[in-house]
Design a protein around this ligand. Structure first.
Ligand code: 3PY
Length: 253
């Protein structure tokens, strides 16, 4: 049985007060409302991580993720945060390779491979993002594009490491644009990703990997997306900043 996961990517949003308010609201809703078997991950900016972790305490279902980690272990890398530091704060997940990191910070598949290894070596679960830009989708080469992202960043891992990963498929043309991939488009890509993993690591392992959909996932489309057999949850952008919307997405399973 694969984990069902809904992860809120706050991106660079929220003052101290706003971050605390949002976290407290989510904690209270999770305590009060039925959440089935969903793992809920909050991924605030680095500066909020310790505070969010503290507010969450040991509430069931709730986990915390970094939005990034360094590809280096430690040293003179001003502004960077290592996987080891995240782990030392009790953080459980880390988002790696979000398209905004790839586009605005020029992160390459090779560098992301190092980040994944840093995360795994420090006991963090990487949420590895992949996805194609609009021109690649229009050329109809999106499957090959996403498969290469996975091959180049992840396929040198041993099976026992690979099976710890969570994959997030986020078509770039659907991020922050209000456009969502249809549930059929999402299912098609998730199945292709799972198939690609199965070719390398075997069907049994591939069947155990959670693949999340990201890109304008909202309360009104989450149910249809999550109903698809290869969609195991979502990586949620804007809608994760509103506690009611985020909860409604979580409860779409
Ligand atoms: C979005 O839905 O906008 C995201 O980028 C989630 O990571």
């Amino acid at each position: 049985m694969r984990d069902k996961i809904v992860a809120g990517n706050w991106k660079m949003n929220g003052t101290l007060e706003e971050g605390q308010k949002l976290t407290s609201e989510i904690v209270n809703m999770i305590k009060d409302e039925r959440v089935n078997d969903v793992k809920v991950v909050l991924s605030p900016p680095f500066i909020h991580l310790a505070g969010v972790k503290k507010l969450i305490g040991d509430v069931n279902h709730l986990f915390v993720a970094g939005q990034n980690c360094s590809d280096k272990d430690s040293g003179a890398f001003t502004g960077e945060t290592s996987a080891k530091m995240l782990a030392s704060f009790g953080i459980q997940y880390v988002i790696i390779g979000h398209s905004e990191r790839r586009e605005y910070f020029n992160e390459t598949n090779l560098q992301l491979s190092e980040k994944v290894k840093q995360a795994l070596a420090n006991g963090l679960i990487p949420i590895f993002c992949c996805g194609e830009p609009l021109d690649i989708r229009e050329e109809n080469t999106h499957e090959d594009y996403v498969k290469s992202q996975l091959t180049e960043s992840l396929f040198d891992l041993e099976a026992e490491d690979f099976k710890k990963l969570v994959i997030a498929y986020e078509p770039i043309w659907a991020i922050g644009t209000g456009k969502t991939a249809s549930s059929d488009q999402a299912q098609e890509m998730h199945a292709a990703i799972r198939d690609h993993i199965a070719h390398k690591y075997g069907q049994e392992l591939a069947d155990d990997i959670s693949i999340l959909y990201g890109g304008s996932c909202k309360p009104d489309n989450a149910k249809e997306l999550f109903a698809k057999s290869d969609v195991d949850g979502g990586l949620i952008g804007g809608a994760s900043l509103k506690s009611r919307d985020f909860m409604d997405i979580i409860k779409s399973f």
